[in-house]
Design a protein around this ligand. Structure first.
Ligand code: NIG
Ligand code: FE
Length: 417
């Protein structure tokens, strides 16, 4: 039984009386909270919350574990809707190449980058991949993450992609985090398919997707739709094939150019389109009134020294914005969502309220868990975080060098204290 009462909470943040799917435009600057609050969890689910003034201890509450959160904030745990955290090895050598001036595309062209990880993935031991990824999951729980999406994409052969997805399946079973898995067979074009890219797309469509679907290994499908990687036509074919197996898209789009990725994502009702450095008026227009969550990955833009996606322009147009870590060895070697929040406010001029929506409600939607996570709402899963003693929400993106999380609670149980 995981029953819990958190009392004397200085401020309970991101409360919702009525569930909303996501938060957009000017609403992103408004964040509901209750000062001097309590929250009751029963069987891992948020049972009730409110002001301490209205708190009435009941006899059955005596059996609940009690936490005093005086001087601390309580929030829904972060949802990180875009990661590649199953990988064989870091790529710090390329990091040095990059410092010397090679671009991401140049590194990729010489067989580095994603292909480098794919080469290592072929011989990687499944148990070792699992153990390494479990350590990364522990690390992100420590930073306050409660849900994470993990992609394949360092396989690039049927066998290796299935290996990665089986590791993600084991992580789902072993970790207290809520995990969604995404099949990213079309992440890069293997060397042996250079010059005959459509044959590789055929392999993804005719062999990989049916196998992945047969073993029920993925919740979603992804394609890296960008210059030098997969075209709009390739993406269209893959998303069309995946739809027949009920796989909704979440795609990499418009990181390197105005690739048409955003539009093709919207066409297939993608849950999210991610990166978005190259987003202009046409792309914003395509996203308006769609159910597709624009997701910015500040870690990758920072690490690759790229132009920043026009977050403010998107919100001014009335769009929602989500922020995710993109945790991967090549372009964002960190899953620290507090750092992502700091980047959101420092580099993208987002207000603290906006970044909190962007890493809770909007990322919950972008990974298809918005009905169970992303806000403090009765009936939702109790994936929560308690901060250390901090002055207020501004401090979360402000003091970017320190971990402000004291306690992470997953499924109503204290996991990190
Ligand atoms: O999201 N842009 C494409 N894919 C990953 C990079 C993965 C890698 O370089 O290993 C990304 O940044
Ligand atoms: Fe990515």
């Amino acid at each position: 039984m995981n029953n819990l009462i958190i009392k004397n909470i200085k401020s309970l943040i991101q409360t919702e009386d009525k569930h909303r799917s996501f938060v957009s435009g000017t609403d992103m600057a408004k964040l509901a909270n209750i000062e001097n609050a309590y929250l009751i969890v029963e069987n891992g689910i948020i049972k009730s919350f409110g002001s301490m003034v209205d708190y009435k201890p009941l006899k059955e509450h005596e059996a609940h574990m009690q936490i005093d959160a005086s001087d601390k904030l309580v929030l829904p745990a972060w949802c990180d809707s875009h990661t590649h955290l199953v990988y064989p090895k870091s790529r710090d050598i390329e990091y040095v190449d990059k410092i010397k001036g090679l671009s991401y595309e140049e590194i990729a062209k010489r067989g580095g980058g994603i292909l480098n990880s794919a080469r290592l993935m072929q011989s990687a031991n499944e148990d070792q991949l699992f153990e390494d990824a479990m350590l990364r999951l522990k690390e992100i729980i420590n930073w306050g993450t409660g849900a994470v999406e993990i992609k394949s994409g360092y396989g690039l052969s049927t066998e290796s992609e299935l290996k990665m997805l089986r590791v993600i399946k084991r992580l789902k079973e072993a970790s207290p985090l809520t995990i969604k898995s995404t099949f990213l067979g079309a992440h890069s074009i293997p060397m042996e398919y250079r010059g005959q890219q459509s044959k590789f797309v055929d392999l993804v469509i005719n062999e990989m997707i049916p196998e992945v679907a047969k073993e029920k290994l993925a919740d979603y499908v992804d394609v890296f739709c960008d210059v030098g990687f997969f075209t709009v036509e390739d993406t269209d074919r893959i998303l069309n094939a995946a739809a027949k197996y009920g796989l909704s898209p979440k795609i990499h789009a418009n990181e390197l150019d105005y690739s048409g990725g955003i539009q093709v994502g919207v066409k297939y009702n993608a849950l999210s389109v991610d990166h978005l450095e190259f987003t202009g008026d046409d792309e914003i227009e395509a996203l308006m009134n769609s159910g597709t969550m624009p997701t910015i990955l500040p870690g990758a833009a920072f690490f690759l020294n790229m132009a920043y996606a026009p977050a403010r322009k998107m919100m001014d147009a009335g769009l929602p914005v989500a922020l995710a870590s993109d945790f991967n060895p090549g372009s964002s070697p960190s899953g620290n969502m507090q750092l992502i929040m700091a980047m959101g406010s420092i580099l993208y001029r987002m207000l603290p309220e906006e970044v909190i929506h962007a890493v809770t409600k909007n990322t919950a939607y972008a990974m298809g868990v918005e009905k169970e996570l992303g806000s403090i709402c009765i009936g939702k899963k109790a994936n929560l975080l308690i901060t250390k003693s901090i002055p207020g929400i501004e401090y979360l993106p402000y003091a970017y060098g320190e971990n402000k999380i004291e306690t992470t609670i997953l499924n109503g149980e204290v996991v990190i204290k």
